[in-house]
Design a binder for this molecule. Sequence first.
Ligand code: BEZ
Ligand code: FE
Length: 293
Amino acid sequence: MSNTENGFFTEATSAEVVISRNSKARDARLAEVMAVIIRHLHAAVKEIEPTEAEWFEAIRFLTATGHMCNDWRQEFILLSDVLGVSMLVDAINNRKPSGASESTVLGPFHVADAPELPMGADICLDQKGDPMLVRGTIRSTDGRPLAGAKIDVWQANDEGFYDVQQKGIQPDFNLRGVFRTGVDGRYWFKGVKPKFYPIPDDGPVGKLLAALGRHPYRPAHLHYILEAAGHDRLVTHIFDPDDPYIASDAVFGVKESLLAKFDLIEDEAAIRAAGFDRPFYLVEHDFILAQSA
Ligand code: BEZ
Ligand code: FE
């Protein structure tokens, strides 16, 4: 009887019957992935024992999530983010040798063609908020400073918005820039002290968070993509450790090693030396890149 490869479907044998139906899959990885998903999905349904109304509610949620996706909004990635799956996939794919800087999520607000700027440039084009100087050194795991490393940085403004969320309000490419290190591997640029902000929460994922009693906020951070010849690309952030949401990031992106220090500098001479006209925040953070295998 070839129509019941592993017997007829029963509640007890459900997963194995479905998995055996996929035995002719041409792609072995697809067959493996589907077998794991089917096994875990059936186990979850058996544990939950959903009513038919509850199952339909789940279908409605996934349908709404799909309807919320377009060229600039990816609600399924947001769902993966708030379930901790994005960070888990990131962890599995970015295991680092000891001493290397850790990665975290990319997020949806990176812009591929941000301008390349001279080292030290101010990326805050509208001068709003508390000024900030960020600096540090990019090194290899063997301690060598990395010359010619590319630093792609982007951040939200003092109200917690990225430029792409406020077109016509913030200048284009506000708070973004690409820099290249010199021979000493050092980098420095000016920006504005960032503020915490909510992930886009006007869709099904936001409703889910509310229903779960969770807030949608991410603690204040700066995004980086770092690239240097012979080294693994690093997608990461640095965070303000004093942020009210530092221990409850909606997308689980915070790691202890990514906590920077935001020191308020009020000394007149230091303000002048940094080229500011008022107190500023100094953020010093070094990055260590892993050598490519
Ligand atoms: C971000 O940090 O830009 C971000 C990350 C995940 C979801 C939403 C925003
Ligand atoms: Fe962000």
